[in-house]
Design a protein around this ligand. Structure first.
Ligand SMILES: *Cc1c(COP(=O)(O)O)cnc(C)c1O
Length: 400
């Protein structure tokens, strides 16, 4: 069956798998095996040199992962995909594959906490120059870029504050010096934005989040050209990080991705209502949601996003103490890091996911101390609004 012409959800359910090839099994079998038998010793040798195709060791490839790799590549509109053990495994395996001592990476100034730590404290130890600039104005990248720049890296929307980056504008500048553009698409998912279509070369994901959608795995995915994915597979993933996904995890992701479009649509619909509610509440100081008319980059959001996402960063009156007190008054919304799950989750970036930045770095990088980050789940939206309202109404009296 050629599924390439099908709709997004059809491919999310069928692409890359034929039940007839697996005794009619509706779902792909879980190939829980580390190694694969060779018919002859010569055939084994040929697989190691790449003369013969086939699976020979699950750190390099595995049939269950293969289905997932084809599926995510199709959904992102890329040639090829690759699985990794975590989002950080995907990010580091990719960057180790393309950077050497003496090279430069230029990244946007707002990054997920552990990605920031890898850039600020990891890569420089190995002689890679790391430059962080504000990509919301692409001229900043144009001013910083040089022939030394091998990779340009960013998130859009960025974790935790939803800043957007114009993928096409940044890609054009990066490509003028031959740099690779790597986009972390964890927040948007391919339902909302497909960065390859806007000019990016490689997309990385924390599949722990919306792609899995059920809070039961840690996982990463990567997509790009066949050539780039083979390079990351055989260099960064195989020899440098070894951050390989388990076939059990691949099965859970294949299951989660079947409902990705449905789930993301619901996350977005509810988040739009919750964002409007928050913005109107007197105890809320500011809300940064791409679907709001007040959003600083509303035009870019409409150009680059099919929907506006499930994440709402906001600040309540009273700064950090106010935010923490409000969080502690919630009954339904769960105090936890991570995002994109069926359960609504709320966390405080400055003390949690972005505690890898110093206070001074957070100030420089635009991550407010009082910011709280809400991942709007799939519960009934009125129940979520009621929970927030109770917490905020009490807060209002307390603050006033
Ligand atoms: C969570 C997250 C990561 C890291 O992913 P893990 O699966 O936790 O390793 C990377 N980027 C973004 C934007 C994230 O939200």
């Amino acid at each position: 069956m050629d599924s390439t012409k099908f709709d997004f959800s059809t491919r999310a359910i069928h692409h890359g798998y034929e039940p007839g090839n697996e005794q009619g099994s509706l779902n792909p079998p879980i190939y829980l095996t580390s190694t694969f038998a060779f018919d002859t010793a010569e055939e084994g040798g040929e697989m190691f040199t790449g003369e013969r195709e086939g699976h020979f060791y699950s750190r390099i490839s595995n049939p269950t992962l293969d289905h997932l790799e084809q599926r995510i590549a199709s959904l992102e509109g890329a040639e090829a995909g690759l699985c990794a053990a975590s989002g950080m495994g995907a990010i580091t395996s990719t960057l180790w594959s393309f950077l050497s001592a003496g090279d430069e990476i230029i990244a946007d100034k707002t990054l997920y906490g552990c990605t920031f730590a890898f850039m600020a404290h990891g890569l420089p130890r190995f002689g890679v120059k790391v430059t962080l600039v504000d990509f919301t104005d692409a001229d900043n990248l144009a001013a910083a870029i040089s022939d030394q720049t091998k990779v340009v890296y960013f998130e859009t929307p960025a974790n935790p504050n939803n800043r957007l980056v114009d993928i096409a504008a940044v890609s054009e500048i990066a490509h003028s010096v031959g740099a690779k553009v790597i986009v972390d698409n964890t927040y948007a998912t391919p339902v909302i934005t497909r960065p390859i279509a806007h000019g990016a070369d490689i997309v990385v994901h924390s599949a722990t989040k919306f792609l899995s959608g059920h809070g039961d795995v840690i996982a990463g995915l990567i997509v790009g050209s066949k050539e780039d994915m083979t390079h990351v597979r055989l260099v960064g993933l195989k020899d440098m990080t070894g951050a390989v996904m388990s076939p059990l995890t691949a099965m859970l992701l294949l299951r989660g991705i079947k409902t990705l479009e449905l789930r993301v649509a619901r996350h977005c619909e509810s988040a739009g209502k919750v964002a409007a509610f928050l913005e109107a509440h007197p105890a809320v100081k500011s809300v940064s949601y791409p679907g709001l008319a007040s959003f600083a980059q509303a035009d870019l959001a409409r150009r680059q996003m099919a929907m506006f996402g499930g994440m709402i960063p906001f600040e309540v009156v009273g700064g950090k103490a106010g935010g923490i007190a409000m969080m502690n008054r919630l009954n339904l919304i769960t105090r936890a890091v991570s995002l994109g799950d069926a359960e609504s989750l709320i966390q405080h970036p400055a003390s949690m996911t972005h505690a890898t930045y110093t206070r001074e770095e957070r100030e420089k990088h635009g991550i407010a101390e009082g910011l709280v980050r809400l991942s709007v789940g799939l519960e009934g939206v009125q129940d979520l609004i009621d929970d927030l309202q109770t917490a905020l109404n009490a807060h209002n009296q307390f603050a006033a």
